[in-house]
Design a protein around this ligand. Structure first.
Ligand code: SF4
Length: 210
């Protein structure tokens, strides 16, 4: 019997992004659902069960992304999986990577707060990780996301055991209003640096007054 194709719920597809989330021209594929509950979530629709934009199979997604094949090939670009938390769809990503053109780069924007099996499944296919670490301080992390960060640190340590991995990782370190300070960010940066992380993106969350 023919194996049934996997499908996944999305909150959006954004084409023609240039050097924002990976090399060259990329298309962002944003999945629904996330294990975190960040106080200032940028994509709250991914947390609302009624806000699935559409559901696609791997071959439907491939056909849609093939529209930009020439851009990807000419610029060394490809697809960026975001969300929500894309690693919750690791089986879908793995299946997609098996059928996509080999030249396309694959980037992932993740919090790493998922079971290790998801990470193991996609690892051979990922060219660049954008890791949204929030803050390494467990109490700040919990206060901001409502979740524990032990799995995040554990997964990051596991990733860094792989040869050349530090070059594939960019860690996002946000200044989160009302949650962390510059001293907290500096402390996170020092801890991550000690672990072997060398590429950082430090930035401010812009929060609308309530
Ligand atoms: S990790 Fe991202 S998508 Fe998930 S709750 Fe936080 S901001 Fe929202």
């Amino acid at each position: 019997m023919k194996k049934q194709e996997l499908s996944a719920p999305l909150i959006g597809i954004v084409r023609h992004r240039l050097a924002t989330d990976g090399k060259g021209v990329t298309t962002l594929v944003a999945f629904h659902s996330c294990p975190l509950r960040c106080r200032y979530c940028l994509n709250p629709q991914c947390l609302d069960p009624d806000m699935v934009w559409r559901t696609v199979t791997t071959s439907e997604l491939l056909n849609e992304l093939l529209l930009d094949n020439l851009y990807f090939l000419a610029t060394g670009g490809g697809v960026t999986f975001g969300g929500g938390e894309p690693l919750l769809r690791s089986e879908f990503i793995e299946e997609f990577c098996r059928i996509k053109p080999a030249e396309w780069k694959v980037n992932i924007e993740t919090s790493l707060n998922v079971d290790r099996t998801h990470l193991e499944r996609v690892l051979p296919h990922i060219d660049q990780f954008f890791i949204d670490i929030k803050d390494t301080n467990p109490s700040i992390y919990k206060q901001y996301t409502t979740r524990d960060n032990a799995q995040v640190i554990d997964n990051l340590q596991w990733l860094l055991q792989h040869e050349g991995m530090a070059e594939k990782i960019l860690v996002r370190l946000p200044h989160i209003p009302n949650h962390n300070t510059q001293a907290d960010v500096n402390r996170s940066r020092a801890i991550l640096n000690e672990m072997g992380i060398t590429h950082f993106d430090e930035f401010n969350y812009i929060v609308n007054p309530e």
